[in-house]
Design a protein around this ligand. Sequence first.
Ligand code: ZN
Length: 129
Amino acid sequence: MTDRELINMAVAAAEYSYAPYSNRSFGAALECADGTVFTGCSVENAALGATICAERAALCQAVSRGYRAFRRLAVYSAQSADYCTPCGTCRQVLSEFSPEMELLCARSDGRYVSYKLRQLLPVTVPRQV
Ligand code: ZN
């Protein structure tokens, strides 16, 4: 799957966002190590802290289906003129499973930049195993 195809899946996922408070819809597409892709959208809540980001929605779907190793994640917002990067909480949650994964951060015009998760979260909380 190309970067563009993965981003297009994130774009499609953003259509399902529940965003009555921010009016900013987000979509994510998470590619597993075997090529399987899970998508997610942002789900806002009146209690702001209960909001679920698109990245974590996709990740929870994947983990709930038995997937725990990931290669890439694309994230997109139709309302973002700047490149859309995961929030700190999502970076931490993603790093629990695949700290070496690649992030494709798209903006509303479809252009994107690529980061390694380690670049955006160089020091992580040690896993408590
Ligand atoms: Zn987030």
